[in-house]
Design a protein around this ligand. Structure first.
Ligand SMILES: O=c1ccn([C@H]2C[C@H](O)[C@@H](COP(=O)(O)OP(=O)(O)OP(=O)(O)O)O2)c(=O)[nH]1
Length: 422
């Protein structure tokens, strides 16, 4: 399976329309994933392109059904649209289904616990006087609130009515309805845990480390909220790892010269991956041991494909020399990957640097520090705010979370990766 695009709605267009503009008939036989059930305008074109499957999140659809009290006319239109969508669905060969996979037992706790172990949280914790991770809990609560308002419907009654209108009446009876709501909440909580592991905290962010890139434009750092958002995507990928010990995720984006119609602005998706054994291998095909095991022959390192390697291999777009391309990696790129990233023509690396400079028996991290000609942005205190007193200033944050949201963060709240001209 290969991901060929990630799009989000813009002021003029829905995400489905953007997917159609960008990919046209290449959507044939693809699976599409929507954060809302698409409206008839999007669905008729998508169905017509010959897609294989459309999965959508079972909350409020694209044409909102939640405005009944404030705007009865628009709700009438929304109901008509929901009916049209059902008609398109029943007359199409594409499978239209609910995007909701119940999580395996204890996954929520597992992700909550392991998220705090990631480099980004650990680096902040080490800068705290008592080396604590309490700030993580506060950040997570903030994210839960934000995502609940985006992805859930607070009133159970309203949720039921919506499910009835969008053809999911079979989910409205208990225990199915309560299970559905619990599964949705669990996923929101997982997303919040992962997002909180790249937190908005004090003056921490991605800042340039080491030498400059090839030219000034390539050396310009993305807005912090955009860089964090992309790193969270890489973090989510890291949880798909096949390595028992260390999950790594990588995602590549690039920036076009002009802004385009996508809600992601000038940014477009190039590829993504996580560390895993060669495609198609079974559990026992390769060794799973690490450096701590004595026998070098039975260690994983000569077999596992790194996150960056999979992102490059399964990319859907070429890396263009005249565009700013960037890779986000959840840990410091190792000596196998650094020359690959540079050789592929990627202009910027956003990463953690926890292992940087380490030489282990079968994997080393020496080259990242010495790498030249590629701009490197690592997670650290802003060079402009390295004063510890300022960093611990209680007015700058509340329960470990920044009090006042920057303009960047307000843009992020509007669910878009707004880029292009900055
Ligand atoms: O740029 C990189 C570097 C590493 N990895 C993956 C490969 C391997 O699956 C794992 C190795 O991680 P690490 O260096 O932390 O070694 P470990 O043996 O898993 O852990 P430890 O640090 O305890 O030795 O990370 C990548 O995907 N990309």
């Amino acid at each position: 399976m290969k991901i060929i695009g990630l799009h989000c709605s813009s002021t003029d267009l829905h995400a489905g329309q953007i997917a159609l503009i960008k990919h046209g008939s290449r959507l044939r036989n693809c699976d599409l994933y929507f954060s809302r059930k698409p409206c008839s305008t999007c669905l008729k074109m998508i169905v017509n392109a010959g897609v294989n499957r459309i999965s959508y999140w079972p909350a409020d659809p694209e044409i909102s059904l939640q405005n009944e009290v404030s705007n009865p006319t628009s709700t009438e239109d929304a109901k008509l649209d929901a009916k049209a969508v059902e008609r398109l669905k029943s007359n199409s060969r594409a499978r239209v289904c609910v995007l909701l996979q119940p999580l395996v037992y204890q996954m929520v706790q597992f992700i909550e616990e392991t998220s705090t172990k990631f480099d980004f949280i650990q680096k902040i914790a080490k800068s705290q006087p008592d080396c604590n991770t309490d700030f993580y809990t506060a950040c997570r609560q903030e994210r839960i609130k934000e995502y609940e308002s985006l992805f859930l419907i607070s009133s159970e009654e309203m949720h039921k009515q919506i499910l009835m209108t969008i053809g999911l009446e079979n989910l409205c009876e208990n225990p199915y309805f309560s299970n559905l709501r619990q599964n949705m909440k669990d996923l929101v909580s997982v997303l919040a845990s992962v997002a909180a592991s790249v937190p908005v905290f004090g003056c921490f962010g991605f800042y340039r480390s080491g030498s400059q890139g090839a030219n000034e434009a390539d050396d310009q750092c993305l807005p912090q909220d955009v860089a964090r958002h992309c790193m969270i995507q890489a973090m989510l990928l890291a949880y798909r790892t096949e390595d028992h010990k260390t999950g790594v995720g990588a995602i590549i984006w690039a920036e076009e010269k002009s802004r385009g119609c996508d809600g992601t602005g000038a940014m477009y998706f190039v590829g993504c991956g996580y560390n895993a054994f060669p495609v198609g291998s079974e559990y026992a095909d390769f060794p799973h041991m690490d450096d701590k095991q004595k026998d070098r022959e039975i260690r994983k390192f000569r077999y596992i494909i790194h996150a960056e390697q999979n992102a490059l291999t399964f990319r859907c777009r070429e890396i263009k020399p005249d565009e700013r391309s960037m890779i986000f990696v959840t840990k410091c790129p190792c000596d196998e990957c650094v020359p690959l990233i540079k050789g592929a023509g990627i202009k910027q690396i956003y990463a953690g640097d926890v292992d940087a400079g380490k030489k282990k028996a079968d994997i080393s991290y020496m080259k990242f520090g010495e790498l030249e000609g590629v701009s490197k942005f690592t997670w650290q205190l802003s060079p402009l705010h390295t004063n510890a007193l300022e960093f611990h200033d209680p007015t700058a944050r509340e329960n470990g979370v920044q009090k006042t949201k920057s303009l960047d963060d307000q843009q992020h709240q509007s669910k878009k990766l707004c880029l292009g001209h900055y």
